[in-house]
Design a binder for this molecule. Structure first.
Ligand SMILES: Nc1ncnc2c1ncn2[C@@H]1O[C@H](COP(=O)(O)OP(=O)(O)OP(=O)(O)O)[C@@H](O)[C@H]1O
Ligand code: SF4
Ligand SMILES: [Mg+2]
Length: 333
């Protein structure tokens, strides 16, 4: 059996529109091993959430997964009947959303929701045991007076505390994999770093694997071991965290790193990659980054494939960066 917990191969997810289907995610392959923390990073619209939702089997109309395999424990989730997939969700795989109210029901007390999250997957657990597990889970994610807070409604929590409740719910059944889609983006940085540290600890202690989705490379740097960089619906670079940050191979990754605020001296204008990411129905020909790329050459109109460039390392570019010198006009100005 493969050592990978999750193996996604050649994923394509399309959305139907006036002019037919357009791909929001194309040829996405990624692997996650047991207990591993992996980052998925890219600009807005690059297909991060669609990738996460596709893995969870949560793409609804007008979207659908049209290609690829999503293997969990060697079993293709795309071939599972809906009931079996529903049985896995919240149990073996869980997702945490940017907006906690995607998970929480505003009109139900937290204890009702948490106990239901346990008994939905294990009818044999009695209420007292389930309640004790819920109380412990709230305590573990740093919610004070968990016994009392169980009786509260979602609106009685602050944003940060509400997000902790959804993390506790995701962790309740000790899943093998959690997909966290920007869950700390709306929180202030202190709370964000507390939650990141707690997630890291929880995953380590329980052997839970984590895919952390974000547009923020500093979060990736603080949390993950390996990273996938997405651009315009595809993975353009992957590698161990330090390799990618120290020696980016793709000009887009390089630009993202140069845009990190701490990478710029104080008082200097923040660097931004020039131009905009293309909308999915107007993807440029060939390399989709070519209109913004400082290294573009004629052959970039031919679509590059994601090629391995060493162990744990791959890049989708005809002219990967060999040497780190300023690429974009205006950077380090
Ligand atoms: N329900 C939908 N219907 C039509 N198109 C969609 C839908 N959801 C996503 N898309 C398209 O898929 C593309 C990828 O969206 P996705 O939400 O995965 O981006 P993202 O990387 O998560 O961005 P963000 O950082 O803003 O969350 C978007 O550009 C959007 O055009
Ligand atoms: S393939 Fe060409 S245009 Fe695309 S990132 Fe590489 S150098 Fe730039
Ligand atoms: Mg998103």
């Amino acid at each position: 059996m493969s050592k990978n917990l999750l193996e996604v191969r050649g994923l394509e997810t399309v959305f139907g529109g006036e002019h037919g289907d357009v791909a929001a995610v194309r040829d996405v392959s990624l692997t996650v091993s047991r207990g591993e923390i992996v980052g998925l990073v890219g600009e807005s619209g690059s297909g991060k959430s669609v990738t996460g939702l596709s893995i969870m089997g949560l793409i609804g109309h007008p979207g659908r997964v049209t290609k690829g395999e999503i293997m969990l424990h060697g079993e293709d989730l795309r071939r599972l009947p809906t009931t079996a997939l529903r049985g896995l969700r919240g149990n073996r795989i869980a997702m945490i959303f940017q907006d906690p109210m995607m998970t929480l029901n505003p009109v139900l007390r937290i204890d009702t929701q948490m106990i239901e999250a346990i008994t939905a997957h294990d009818a044999k657990v009695d209420r007292t045991t389930a309640r004790a597990r819920c109380r412990d889970a709230l305590g573990i994610v740093g919610i004070p007076s968990p016994e009392e807070r169980l009786k509260a409604y979602p609106h009685q929590f602050s944003g940060g505390m509400r997000q902790r409740v959804t993390i506790a719910i995701a962790m309740l059944n000790s899943p093998d994999l959690i997909i966290a889609d920007e869950p700390t983006t709306a929180l202030d940085v202190t709370i964000q770093s507390q939650i990141l540290a707690e997630m890291q600890k929880l995953c380590r202690e329980r052997g839970t694997a984590l895919i952390w989705i974000t547009h923020d490379l500093t979060v990736i740097a603080a949390l993950t071991q390996r990273v996938y960089v997405m651009y315009a619906g595809s993975v353009v670079e992957e590698g161990l965290l330090d390799d990618v940050l120290d020696r980016p191979l793709h000009p887009y990754t390089y630009g993202l790193i140069r845009s990190i605020p701490s990478d710029n001296a104080p008082g200097k204008r923040l660097f931004q990659i020039p131009g905009m990411a293309p909308p999915i129905d107007r993807m440029p020909k060939g390399c989709r980054f070519h209109p913004r790329c400082p290294r573009v050459q004629e052959d970039c109109l031919r679509e590059p494939s994601l090629d391995a460039s060493g162990p744990n390392r791959a890049v989708r570019c005809h002219h990967p960066i060999a040497e780190d010198k300023a690429l974009f006009e205006g950077e380090r100005a």
